[in-house]
Design a protein around this ligand. Sequence first.
Ligand code: DQQ
Length: 540
Amino acid sequence: STMLEWQRTAFHFQPEKNWMNDPNGPLFYNGWYHFFYQYNPNGAVWGDIVWGHAVSKDLINWFHLPLAMVADQWYDKNGVWTGSATILPDGKIVMLYTGSTTEAVQVQNLAFPANHSDPFLIDWVKYHGNPVLVPPPGIYKKDFRDPTTAWLTSEGKWRITIGSKRDKTGISLVYDTKDFINYEMLEGELHAVSGTGMWECVDFFPVSKTEEKGLDTSINGPEVKHVVKVSLDDDRHDYYALGTYHEKNGSWIPDLPEIDVGIGIRYDYGIFYASKTFYDQNKNRRVLWGWIGEGDSEAADMEKGWASLQSIPRTILFDNNTGTNLLQWPVEEIESLRLNSTEFEKVEVKAGSVVPLDVGPGSQLDIIAEFEMDKEALKKATGSNITFSCQTGGGAAKSGALGPFGILVLADESLSEQTPVYFYIAKDSDGDLKTFFCTDLSRSSKAPDVDKQIFGSYVPVLKDENLSLRVLVDHSIVESFAQGGRTVITSRIYPTEAINGASRVFLFNNATETCVIASVKIWQMDSAFIRPYSDDDDKD
Ligand code: DQQ
């Protein structure tokens, strides 16, 4: 396992060992951020799921705490599955989670902190009357899971939604409750999309159309849009859509039917699943957590003794400039890990060239880059009637008129291993430009048994905007954000040579008809403190 030690990350949340999956019940309480997660205490593969628990002052440095909940009741014997927290007006916390029963029926259970004055909320009590919800008539017993955070209706009731399916139609059921014990199912669904299959980990929350801040889940009104996010069990990606919530019947309608939830926009075009937001009342923001799996083999995971990471928590805002997407951005606290920086101003990257950026070891970095385009070249370039996509576009090695260009990370000196994060501007035969943001894993590793896909998608670019990206590199993970977080790609990278001190950064331009001017700032990143809490640590 020492051979693979370099894969462990320096500033991404991960347990000391074993398997982790979905984020659960994130919340801010009494000065601490709490993070719970799906955890297998017995190995590096999914199974025997219980709730892991950690606390932090800043979402970056963490204390691991004892397991919050284990599978010790008939109603969760088969697994303490995903759930969400709700903070009541009196400050008390209720946790709703899915249990898989001794008979593998998915039911919803209620839990509370045993002692609200313990700042670490170490002990959790399961409600004696659990389960509080069982699959309703017509719903298969294994298709009823992952309750959301509750929000208030104008009548003063709490409302939650729970993902399910009918035949191949993904749906989200809606329930009202006054006490989290007794529930009334609404007649209609929050939403349904045919052909999308089981909806896991549904998330539902408001975003402000007018202010750059997050909103408590119960906020509603004309200044607000509502987001629905679903995790599609069938294709393992998280899709969201913007729309309008109708409180009366508990339904939600997407703004644009062609970008409905489950068929339109993804949070992330790489590896990112089962995500969940929470409202951070400490900083008036909405924060997104997402589970990032591995792209190596199960055998490798067992050898290294762990599997999965969590994304750097992301602040979520409505993108007022486009009106069609959210913006995701690493929480500002990550910047506290920035060490020395190197700046490269207005570097000319000619068509067909590679430019080394000398920043020292490239395995823990925060990179921001902006690319100025040659406007004349954009005008003159030849169009094509072939529709570009990152997946079919031939990767970073394939030249086009106006791309690809961008940055190579986790590259060795000789470029025998490299992970290009790049833009590609496609011009169609009518002369219209469309920009794509991609990450090409095809040359990221010489190992035979790791994921080598090409990830990416369209990124909205407004008139007169330069192209910009941010990349967080942390050993075996690369998280990339284009245009302020309009399009995001997270990838897991397993080089054999471009590791630790041997990894480098380059600019590249494989376009044939344009040069780009790049301005880049790169910080070395410190490691975060992520370790078990011990009695020597001062609680305050
Ligand atoms: N993971 C949990 C389920 C959820 C799935 C089980 C999503 O509650 O539907 O570990 O990854």
